[in-house]
Unconditional design. Sequence first.
Length: 167
Amino acid sequence: MFSKSKINEPAPKSADAAKSAVPEAPAAKIPPKPAGDFKAAAPKAKPPASILSSDLHVTGNMKTTGDIQVEGTVEGDIRAHLLTIGESATIKGEVIADDVVINGRIVGRVRGLKVRLTSTARVEGDIIHKTIAIESGAHFEGSVQRQDDPLTKKDAAPKAAAPKANV
């Protein structure tokens, strides 16, 4: 059932160890690779934010994993990582982003982990957030709701299962 382990046996005497030691083979030399064969992966720089200028009018939805700065007018939904709404900007639609900074006007729902309304912000719609900051002077008309995960849409009422027919 149990076997004797060699761990607890006394170590061989130094003379015995010298006899039983196997001479080491010389290390094989590995030729160095030329410098051109391998390039270290440089960390990718974060691309700059996409900017929609003040003379641009967009009709339709926009979706990106990057950052967007809106200075013009958008009629549609926007989804981004960081969304900055400029003072001259107007958005009519739903806004979903990790970080939302509102300096201009939004007519529609805002969903964000961090939502900030500056003193020049004008929001007409509901805000669903994890954290929110509203500066003095901001105009806000709607409701505010805190959620741990405001970026995912949750159905208001669960759908009932269709009744099964007996055949």
